[in-house]
Design a binder for this molecule. Structure first.
Ligand SMILES: [Zn+2]
Length: 125
């Protein structure tokens, strides 16, 4: 039985509204995309799609875990996380673990893996 194996990967960089409006990283990303396409072809993979989505850090309480650098939504500050936002649903920790749940513990933003187990948003809670 023939099948298509669809692969995707995620990456990120930090930017700000000014850089987005000025398209200051477009040239670098276009060069990267071209190299990526050539690399994939060397391994008989075909590039299907690349998209870039922006997550407003303050509005979504999105940040990096202060202990391990996982991307996370601080659920203590944003209990709704990505729910009902189709644009970001595949990033949610329930699906792919691209952006983890997290919370505040002893003044630090920590992802669900770094929070103590007894914390509301700790991994096994
Ligand atoms: Zn962490």
């Amino acid at each position: 039985m023939k099948q298509f194996a669809i692969r995707r990967f995620y990456s990120y960089f930090e930017t700000n509204s000014e850089e987005i409006e000025n398209c200051s990283f477009d040239e670098k990303l276009t060069a990267f995309d071209n190299e990526l396409e050539k690399l994939l072809e060397r391994y008989d993979l075909k590039l299907l799609n690349i998209d870039t989505r922006f997550i407003p850090q303050k509005k979504m309480s999105a940040t990096k875990c202060e202990q391990c650098d996982n991307l996370m939504v601080n659920r203590d500050k944003n209990p709704a996380r990505f729910n009902k936002e189709d644009l970001w649903i595949d990033l949610d920790s329930d699906y792919n673990g691209i952006v983890w749940d997290g919370g505040t513990f002893e003044g630090k933003d920590l992802c669900m893996e770094c929070l103590p187990l007894e914390h509301r948003w700790g991994y096994f809670s």
